[in-house]
Design a protein around this ligand. Structure first.
Ligand SMILES: Nc1ncnc2c1ncn2[C@@H]1O[C@H](COP(=O)(O)OP(=O)(O)OP(=O)(O)O)[C@@H](O)[C@H]1O
Ligand SMILES: [Mg+2]
Length: 322
């Protein structure tokens, strides 16, 4: 399953084709339960993640993200399909692969009677990492002052950060993070963004699932949008947004323009006169904004271009709810 890489020259410098960190082809997994019946959690998924890439998987609850990750990580056996993780089959379990990857599970469970330090040092020993490295990781995720606290006494967000520190303590080449910023406060989330960027800037491949569109837009080189066990779109956030070819929405306060003038300014584009505001949907925002400025009609101005959220809505037909 060796796929050819598109090799694009940048500034005249030919890029060397990257190695794949992950190759997945036609993956399938159905859960069978007496009460739940059959659930096709993963239904023909294929994708490729390049070494050094920051790859995101987006999708609503139950889309199949965690199941896909668990199969790629070698924690779950697929019904069918092919997976190569760093060039090897992750199933059955391979100790050599485990040493090269870091996994932060969606539902982390710690040894409850251990302190934060004891917990991360347990992971460090498993990976052959030093105690200094363990302490450094606690520092990086802002848990140094909780070192002596028992894990069960940590808040949800602090447990989340500890599980990321444990995933990174072995200095892995490839890191899987399953909703690492869920339940974090905005400040802690931003701190983790910096940490994730730093991990990736070090040359590590990062695979992230998230429910936060702006997070995916800010961090990921490419994202896969998943729903009902299938991947519906894969590309860079910028390219997905560009392909959507959505108009720019320009809002101004009503009352500055009479209806005839609004019609003229819209020049055939869509507009909505909605009580105290006018919303234009234009493909030539520059022209419209210049016209509005020369009318002196800029009160209440808001300009909104398409986002990854609009792409999600378009490809899944669903509203995004965090
Ligand atoms: N161990 C299991 N046994 C039976 N069904 C399962 C199991 N794990 C997941 N499922 C079902 O498989 C589907 C996909 O679940 P999965 O956890 O992969 O989704 P997800 O995209 O990670 O969702 P979330 O955003 O909520 O984490 C869901 O319908 C879920 O109920
Ligand atoms: Mg999940």
């Amino acid at each position: 399953m060796k796929g050819e890489n598109p090799v694009t020259p940048v500034d005249g410098i030919p890029l060397v084709a990257m190695d794949a960190a992950i190759e997945v082809a036609d993956l399938r997994k159905t859960y069978r339960g007496r009460r739940t019946g059959e659930v096709r959690a993963v239904d023909g998924v294929g994708f490729r993640v390049e070494a050094g890439e920051f790859f995101g998987i987006l999708g609503p609850n139950g889309a199949g993200k965690t199941t896909t990750l668990e199969i790629v990580e070698g924690l779950r056996k697929p019904d069918s399909g092919e997976v190569r993780l760093l060039g090897r089959r992750p199933w059955p379990h391979s100790a050599e692969l485990t040493a090269r990857i870091g996994v932060q599970l969606q539902a982390s469970s710690f040894f409850e009677f251990l302190t934060v330090t004891e917990q991360i040092e347990t992971f460090a020993r498993l990976y052959g990492a030093s105690r200094e490295r363990a302490a450094e990781m606690l520092e990086q995720v802002g848990l140094a002052e909780k070192a002596g606290v028992r894990c069960e006494k940590l808040s949800g967000g602090q447990q989340q950060r500890l599980s990321i520190a444990c995933a990174l303590v072995g200095d892995p080449e490839l890191v899987f993070l399953d909703e690492p910023t869920a339940a974090l406060d905005p400040q802690a989330r931003r701190n983790l963004w910096d940490l994730m960027r730093a991990i990736n800037a070090d040359g590590r491949t990062v695979v992230l699932t998230t429910h936060y569109m702006e997070e995916a837009e800010a961090l990921c080189d490419r994202v896969a949008i998943m729903d009902s066990g299938r991947i519906l779109a894969v590309d860079s956030p910028a390219e997905l947004i560009r392909e959507l070819d959505a108009p720019t929405r320009v809002t101004v306060a009503a009352g500055q323009l009479d209806e005839d003038r609004v019609c003229e300014l819209a020049a055939g584009d869509e507009f909505v006169l909605d009580g105290d505001e006018v919303v234009f949907e234009t493909r030539d925002a520059r022209k419209l904004l210049t016209a509005l400025a020369s009318e002196g009609a800029l009160e209440g101005l808001a300009v909104r271009t398409a986002s990854l959220e609009d792409v999600f809505l378009h490809v899944t037909g669903r509203e995004w709810r965090e």
